[in-house]
Design a protein around this ligand. Sequence first.
Ligand SMILES: N[C@@H](CCC(=O)N[C@@H](CS)C(=O)NCC(=O)O)C(=O)O
Length: 216
Amino acid sequence: MSLTLHTHPYSSNGQKAQLMLDIVGAEYTLLEVPFQVERVDWHTAVNPMGGIPALVDDGFRLAESNTILRYLADREGREDLYPRDAKERATIDWVLDLWALVVRPALFSYEAAQYGIVLGTGAFSKEPAPEADVRALFDRAVPKLNQAMQVLDPVGPWACLGHRTIADIAATPVLHRLVHAPVDLSQVPRLQTWAEACVALPEWQALVPGCGVPRR
Ligand SMILES: N[C@@H](CCC(=O)N[C@@H](CS)C(=O)NCC(=O)O)C(=O)O
């Protein structure tokens, strides 16, 4: 059974799908989708919205990175990463939604400044903002970040359930960027503890050099 991931090395959502494939030990092929406003036909044929990543499993197509993580955990029978128990599953889903719908938007202005993100063309589409501006934009997000971190287990490092799950895998690429950013992460101590554990995952350490993950 063949798995093909449509991704881009700079896409944090693509990176989390690739990290998941590596953690479950699946064999896969990568197809690089160019970051351009008019997405290539072979990609929109799989994901009409054009977002990166998308996954094709023997003709079965899927997009939305969190959906891909849930699917791969179920496909590979990895209940340690995404349990079947309703409360455990919902706890993970809460962190996934919190990350995508609250934390990422709170970080957007900061990330756009640091990585020169332009909607439609992705990271490095323009020069990054000066470091003082980047730091100030991060500082503005700190209260919201500390509020969001109260949803995580108080005893870390993992987000919930006391072990690594897809909630941690989903956050790892952006946590990596934060660890390497010119910002004071100690202002959000629970996020810092979480980030250090996720970034140290051996599968991430193996993946990150080929990902062109910005280290500025
Ligand atoms: N909600 C989607 C987001 C997909 C998405 O926007 N991906 C980014 C890359 S991380 C993208 O395609 N960016 C280029 C763009 O701005 O169109 C997911 O989680 O997969």
